[in-house]
Design a protein around this ligand. Structure first.
Ligand code: DX5
Ligand code: ZN
Length: 228
């Protein structure tokens, strides 16, 4: 299980300290939500912020591009220090070419699907991706409620990948809470973007919240199967 902490949910007045705190808390990756005010209504960070934080940690940088035609900026974010570049399928006119461009830059490549986008959008790009991100809220803002249909979507993607004999990890992003994360794991997710619903809950320290998320993800699920 990978925990990727979403930096847009950190205290934006002290991001450098937040990186150190998250690393000490034991998160696995740092997640950057890049928004352009066009593909999604919100605006967040650019490559200069990624580059400024890069010298502070060796944790992998998981850069989630919620921007129109993201391949235009892939090189900038790669040079800034992105290890993973995740492109929204809906934002790419030529998805396969955009994904191939990311790999040509030497980065790991992911494709993201909005909640209403069918899994069939992935059918012809499975050779081109290192992870698949299923959005469990509509992208754009932290603190939203889970779109319930996405839980079944995770399970269907896991079945689809198994039927193809592929082992591509499934990442989930949006309202990954202490309650929903175990259900997402049960459905087949292995990479968890942790934002305001878990690692950044105000009532806990980052270390306590990260430990709690690991505990709920590791806990055995109740077995409701019948004995006979
Ligand atoms: C949503 C962002 C998420 C967000 C998740 O558009 O992509 O990364 O920070 O955090 P919460 O837990 O607030 O949904
Ligand atoms: Zn994200």
């Amino acid at each position: 299980m990978i925990i990727s902490a979403s930096l847009m949910c950190a205290d934006l007045t002290r991001l450098g300290e937040a990186v150190a705190e998250l690393e000490a808390a034991g998160v696995d990756w740092l997640h950057f939500d890049i928004m352009d005010g066009q593909f999604v209504p919100n605006l967040t960070f650019g490559p200069d912020l990624v580059a400024a934080l890069r010298p502070l940690t060796k944790l992998p940088f998981d850069v989630h591009l919620m921007i129109h035609e993201p391949a235009r900026y892939a090189k900038r974010f790669r040079e800034a220090g992105a290890d993973f570049l995740v492109l929204s399928a809906e934002a790419c006119s030529h998805l396969q070419r955009s994904l191939a461009q990311v790999r040509d830059l030497g980065a790991r490549c992911g494709v993201a699907l909005n909640p209403a986008t069918p899994l069939s959008a992935l059918e012809y790009v499975l050779d081109d991706v290192d992870l698949i991100l299923l959005m469990t809220v509509n992208p754009g803002h932290a603190g939203q409620k889970l779109v319930p249909a996405t839980l079944g979507k995770i399970a269907r993607l896991r079945q689809m990948l198994a039927a193809e004999g592929r082992d591509i990890p499934i990442q989930v992003d949006g309202n990954v809470s202490f309650e929903s994360a175990p259900q997402m794991a049960e459905a087949g997710a292995t990479i968890f973007v942790a934002g305001s619903s878990s690692v950044f809950v105000p009532t806990m320290s980052r270390a306590e919240a990260t430990a709690r998320l690991r505990t709920v993800l590791a806990a055995p699920r109740p077995d409701y199967s019948r004995e006979s």
